[in-house]
Design a protein around this ligand. Sequence first.
Ligand SMILES: *[C@@H]1O[C@H](CO)[C@@H](O)[C@H](O)[C@H]1NC(C)=O
Length: 383
Amino acid sequence: MFNIITSFLLATCLIGGISAAPASLVEPATTPSYTDVELQATNFPALTNDNLLPPVEQLALGTLPNGPLPPPGGISADGITNLQLIELNEFFEASFFTSLLSNITKNVPGYEINDEKERNEIINALVAIIAAKELHGIFADKALLSQSQPTIRGCHFKFPTTTFDGAIALAATFTDVVLGTLQDVIEIFAINNDDSLTRGVASVVGQEGQQDGFFRLLEKKGKVPSELPFLTTSTRDFAFSFLEQSVVVSCPNNNDDVLKQKLKIFGVLNLLTTNIEPKDQTLQFSFDLKSLDATYGNSYRSAYDWSEVSLVYINQQNTPIVEKVQNVQVDGIQVTFEAFFPYTENLLNGLTIAAVTRCGGPFADASAVAEETLFAPAFIEIN
Ligand SMILES: *[C@@H]1O[C@H](CO)[C@@H](O)[C@H](O)[C@H]1NC(C)=O
């Protein structure tokens, strides 16, 4: 709609230089259906064949931005890392929702939706969501190509969910993480003078927020669609650690190595307490020292005093909360401990990111926490 109006105005104002027809007026070669999206999301042929873009745009109900990309050399090194992380994440999300859509349409046990109207609404929403994620990923890919920088295509992902409710709860959580991480991405673009990319990413933040409201209602737990007045922030390291720890199986030619050179993969932090309620309480966590080796080597395995680490909570736009670890039990390379969760004083609703840090801070912000983090992220969702 926006594109049609813009080009109409441009045409009547007789401003030259705009020759391409708006993509929304291009007839797709075939009538798109969700099976096309399924195909696109697993193979992404539209990445390499621009003729396959219009059907994806039809399903996404809108187009790729049609303005010029920054000139070669026009994106900073950190800006390139932002785009590579966005590409990896968007294609993970497209794959996840494609798997979910396939499970729903095939009535896989655990994914049956009996109410026909509701089932159709969910299928329609997922088709648009998948196509939008592909366009987000393709946008990042094209921006990377414009700079002759490595793209992160074709990775293989695994999904930890086996029911519709579980998948929606996970979707709400990883979308929250994306909403927090894109704050970091926009700040890094801004610091590095990549201002031409900030507006487009801000438009995606809103789009993902709309999805999140939908997931929150689908959870049917009486949640309000908008989670918090100021959404929880995250950093690229926390998002990349989640992706590499939990969902990335492999990438062709290890093309995600460019991200491993720039971003950290922390050790795995397990949250053992389940069904966390909105109240002050003590939470149980564990970690396995082996999961630290890839990033920090095995020097932490011996002679490290684990009662010296801290548990940090990142929630909303507030200064990170530091808690002492309690009741630390070391059993070989397995460490379990407890930490207080100060819900009442801080109104810890929505997403909270937990991290184990080397020192006790105080930490000015989430980036300062990531600098000192050993194990993370664990995600807590309340209300
Ligand atoms: C779809 O179902 C399969 C088989 O149960 C499961 O392994 C996979 O995780 C499911 N996908 C999602 C996104 O839940």
